[in-house]
Write a protein that binds this ligand. Structure first.
Ligand SMILES: Cc1cc2nc3c(=O)[nH]c(=O)nc-3n(C[C@H](O)[C@H](O)[C@H](O)COP(=O)(O)O)c2cc1C
Length: 472
């Protein structure tokens, strides 16, 4: 399909992210045992540097690293983390920031999108870390802004109960303001001259404080880190509630949309673009991507056999553990043969009805909790594209055509194996169809995602731009 937004007859160029986490069991508990899976080496730096080199060889836009600050402990709980341990259901989990410098050293174009929460850390600390990484990656850092939704995280970080959902977003909004002020306004563009003749590293008068005193945060500034290529990292977000969407359409430059069917995602896409315009944004500066599990091989049969072989490693207790953390629903409270198509919480019924709508022959089949856990076993609550290069490309094309999304956040069963398969089998097919680039457009994150030729800094319609302090 042509790119109608830009009026170009060239097909829309898709965004491809690899979706991962610093854990052996991101979205496929139990698969850590599979011989093609290296995720149990996630504490080795070579695991990350090899992974980054693989993705850059395939010209993936970015490596996106999810993160949570506590254990999933709803299933068979509350407060019980045990059922997730054998399958490594997002536990153990290490810090997502630490591997980035090493990966940056072995790549030149790949973006690193890292998840960090606005709920548990002072804005100055995070702003400083991102600015430092923006330097070390030469402008290839992105921030997935989350407000954190686990009770276990609150308990790890000094609270008895979580801060209420909408208030977390109010805090996040002020947090962003403080961060923008630190990144964009404390150093004038020409502050650092490193002039040996005048003996000036930084020119006095070109660095200033911010004196932020708000409802939730105080920060005097200036930021300790001198200007980095992007200043503000490229911003990802995934809010789905009304508070979350209002936050995302104001701040995000790339959004992950949940959704199992093209109908529900199309409605989200339309809603988000409309809300972005209402917030004074140009919607083309917000890329919208959906999560997808891709299993590809030479033929449909080989890909399907590979998926079924992966499933033999799946850990259902781990799936139910993840499900509990995501939805707050403890599946152990339901009978083994209860049919979720007709009973149980609305959130599961709507998930089940979207599955049965998309999986042929499953309408009228009983949707027990075992079945729910199986559907979630690999790739989480995301659509799946399994088949030959043509089959997978057709599925992805249908998603782009029917929803208007800009690309995909690709999850895996085995890592890096599934990404190697995508590079070997799928990307040549996408390139032949003209929907995936031959090479990176530029070297910074913002330029590669937006591809609008407008440089590495925040776009003028973005609220953080009002704090920019240009050279005189
Ligand atoms: C693809 C995707 C990735 C996400 N990654 C994370 C994550 O790494 N850490 C986290 O705390 N929340 C993550 N979330 C959750 C969102 O940040 C958000 O809390 C959730 O979508 C619910 O939105 P709401 O709080 O607006 O209701 C993710 C959501 C999606 C759809």
């Amino acid at each position: 399909m042509a790119d109608t937004e830009t009026g170009s007859s060239r097909p829309k160029q898709w965004v491809f992210n690899a979706f991962t986490m610093n854990t052996p069991g991101h979205l496929a508990p139990g698969l850590w045992r599979h011989p093609r899976n290296r995720t149990s080496q996630h504490n080795d730096i070579e695991y990350w540097t090899d992974f980054a080199k693989t993705l850059e060889a395939g010209k993936f836009h970015g490596l996106f690293i999810a993160d949570v600050l506590g254990q999933y402990d709803v299933y068979k709980g509350p407060g019980n983390g045990e059922p997730g341990l054998p399958g490594a259901a997002q536990f153990p989990i290490s810090d997502p920031f630490m591997p980035i410098s090493a990966m940056a050293a072995v790549t030149k174009h790949l973006t690193f999108g890292v998840t960090a929460s606005t709920t548990y850390e002072a804005p100055y600390l995070l702003a400083r870390r991102f600015a430092t990484l923006d330097h070390l990656t030469k402008g290839r850092i992105a921030w997935n802004v989350v407000t954190s939704h686990l009770q276990a995280a609150a308990e790890n970080l000094g609270l008895i109960d979580q801060i209420p959902h909408d208030e977390r977003y109010q805090m996040a909004d002020e947090y962003m303001t403080v961060a923008y002020k630190l990144w964009e306004s404390t150093w004038r563009d020409d502050a650092v001259v490193r002039d040996v003749n005048t003996k000036q590293y930084t020119v006095p008068g070109r660095v200033r404080k911010i004196h932020h005193e708000g409802k939730y945060f105080r920060s005097a500034g200036p930021l300790g880190v001198n200007p980095s290529p992007q200043r503000t990292p490229y911003l990802f977000q995934a809010g789905t509630s009304s508070a979350g969407k209002a936050f995302a359409t104001k701040h995000a430059e790339c959004m992950f949309l949940p959704g199992m069917t093209t109908d529900s995602v199309r409605k989200s896409v339309q809603d988000i673009r409309k809300q972005a315009v209402e917030q004074g944004r140009d919607p083309s500066t917000i890329k919208l991507i959906v999560g997808v599990l891709i299993i590809v091989d030479e033929t449909d049969e080989k890909a399907q056999a590979k998926y079924e072989e992966y499933l033999t490693y799946a850990d259902m207790e781990g799936s139910m553990t993840l499900f509990g953390g995501w939805t707050g629903t403890d599946l152990s409270k339901f009978d083994d043969d209860e049919d979720f198509q007709f009973s149980g919480p609305g959130s599961i019924q709507s998930m089940v009805s979207s599955w049965s709508a998309t999986i042929p022959g499953t309408n009228g089949v009983k949707w027990t909790k075992k079945r729910v856990a199986q559907e979630l076993a690999i790739g989480g609550a995301h659509p799946r594209a399994i088949g030959s290069p043509k089959t997978v490309a057709d599925i992805l094309q249908r998603w782009v055509d029917e929803t208007g999304i800009d690309g995909f956040n690709v999850s895996y069963a085995v890592n890096p194996g599934d990404f190697e398969d995508i590079i070997q089998y799928l990307l040549p097919e996408l390139r032949a169809r003209g929907v995936f680039w031959d090479d990176y457009a530029a070297s910074t994150a913002r330029e590669n995602y937006l591809q609008d030729g407008r440089g590495p800094r925040l776009r003028e319609d973005h609220p953080g731009s009002e704090y920019k302090w240009p050279a005189e």
